[in-house]
Design a protein around this ligand. Structure first.
Ligand code: SAH
Ligand code: SF4
Ligand code: F3S
Length: 436
């Protein structure tokens, strides 16, 4: 029977979820479900959710409230919660949100077609949050949106157990895909017309499959013909070694940008976070990378207000920022996650202190970003054209190899071209340029 049901997926959280949503879209389309243009038009609505901070969960709870009203108007709508919140809050969701039909954790997506067939003949809630030591979705191809860049998951799960972080609990143990399946997927991506890929994992440099480690995998991937740019996110500083720096320095397709999550500057806090590196190790690595890789940009993630963080500890985070001068930073107030080790620490930092530290940190980062961007003025950069700029259809926006956004007046180039642009100005986030 021809399928006429439509589905819609809303994605929250990190790029792993973006990739997983494409995977789920691929599964749905293989079963001939049609992609709906909007949530309102869909028969099946999936929210692919994130639990990393309380705020991420709050957003989904609010959204579910809206979907409940929609379901009341259109009974028969199926609402599915996927991803990390499904994993983390399964029972809570089932009790608090009885109108949610499907709850699937990140390792259960292969079961979607069967589950939906059961559900379409109305039954009980459908729940599967069993984490797997094996599942890497081998043989399933994500349905990607058009664009110039594609995500490719290479390792799932995380074994680091940073004490603040829920991810090892929602995503389970680390497991790497085979080199062969990654290469096949990238070849298909290139055949579809994508120029750039980003290799994904919570911890990409833990990658290990049949003796191949992450730096070697990068080298293998760069050999794929037609692929222009390779990015990856996120590496863990502990596993960032000289070999990986050498790959950056020698392979022009490997972009000169590293997302290098600091989290905190003081050794005492790093220790309590179980980050397994010290401030001096982190700074030395960052400096080594900068001197080995021309034009390298380094971005980071920083948490303020981790339990026990004193003003002196916080100053050390600022010290690292001043030493490394990150190109940009994602900054967060610590958010306790039930079930993690840090949630049991008693010496929590008051909300107003967290807020004050966050604001000071953001201000310093703003200056550093501007400083780093201004240093590019006068340079000519190869820019991969992504789309029209937000402000004007007479302008294009694209990205440099070191991941800066550049806006410039259009010439004869089209989306997907790599062209030379001379940088003429720098804003807070965006660079401005002209065709060179
Ligand atoms: N695997 C990646 C990041 C995963 S989560 C890494 O190791 O870098 C993305 C970011 O969210 C983290 O880098 C951290 O800065 C932040 N984060 C994670 N748990 C958090 C928490 N409980 N409170 C505040 N920020 C958190
Ligand atoms: Fe979370 Fe740490 Fe794993 Fe990153 S490395 S996902 S912060 S536990
Ligand atoms: Fe969030 Fe899960 Fe990613 S908790 S950050 S969506 S791995």
């Amino acid at each position: 029977m021809k399928q006429t049901k439509t589905y819609y997926i809303e994605t929250y959280g990190c790029q792993m979820n973006v990739y997983d949503s494409e995977l789920v879209a691929g599964i749905m389309e293989r079963e001939s479900y049609l992609r709906a243009e909007s949530v309102e038009q869909a028969d099946i609505i999936f929210l692919n959710t994130c639990s990393v901070r309380e705020h991420a969960e709050d957003k989904v709870h609010a959204r579910l409230g809206v979907l409940k009203a929609q379901k009341e108007k259109k009974p028969g709508t199926i609402i599915g919660v996927l991803g990390c919140m499904a994993q983390n809050l399964r029972d809570d969701l089932l009790i608090r949100r009885p109108y949610v039909d499907v709850v699937l954790g990140p390792d259960s997506y292969r079961r979607i077609p069967d589950l939906l067939n059961e559900r379409l003949a109305p039954q009980e809630h459908i729940v599967d949050t069993k984490l797997s030591r094996m599942e890497v979705y081998e043989g399933l191809f994500p349905a990607r949106r058009e664009g110039v860049g594609a995500w490719v998951s290479i390792i799932r799960g995380c074994d680091k157990f940073c004490t603040f972080c829920i991810v090892p609990f929602t995503r389970g143990r680390e497991r790497s895909r085979t080199v062969e399946s990654i290469v096949t997927e990238v070849q298909q991506i290139v055949a579809e017309g994508f120029k750039e890929i980003t290799l994904l994992g919570q911890n990409v440099n833990s990658y290990l499959s049949e003796g191949v480690r992450f730096p070697e995998l990068l080298e293998i991937v760069t050999e794929i013909e037609g692929l222009e740019r390779v990015r990856y996110t996120s590496p863990h500083p502990q596993d960032f070694n000289d070999k990986l720096i050498a790959v950056h320095a020698t392979h022009p397709k490997v972009c000169n940008h590293v997302h290098f999550p600091l989290q905190a500057g003081s050794d005492q806090i790093l220790e309590r976070m179980n980050r397994t590196y010290t401030q001096s190790h982190f700074v030395a690595l960052a400096q080594k990378m900068r001197s080995a890789v021309p034009g390298l940009s380094i971005t980071t993630d920083i948490i303020v207000g981790f339990p026990g963080e004193t003003e002196a500890d916080f100053q050390e985070t600022l010290d690292v920022m001043n030493a490394v001068k990150f190109d940009s930073a994602f900054t967060f107030k610590y958010s306790p996650r039930a079930g993690t080790k840090a949630a049991e620490f008693k010496d929590s930092v008051p909300e107003d202190v967290k807020q004050d530290r966050l604001e000071r940190l953001i201000e310093i980062q703003r200056q550093h970003t501007l400083e780093q961007n201004e240093a590019h003025i006068g340079e000519v950069h190869a820019v991969l054209v992504e789309k029209d700029s937000k402000k004007s259809s007479d302008q294009h926006m694209g990205r440099t190899r070191n991941n800066k956004i550049v806006v410039f007046d259009k010439g004869s180039e089209t989306t997907g071209d790599i062209i030379n642009v001379r940088i003429t100005g720098a804003g807070g986030i965006t660079l401005f340029g002209e065709l060179a």
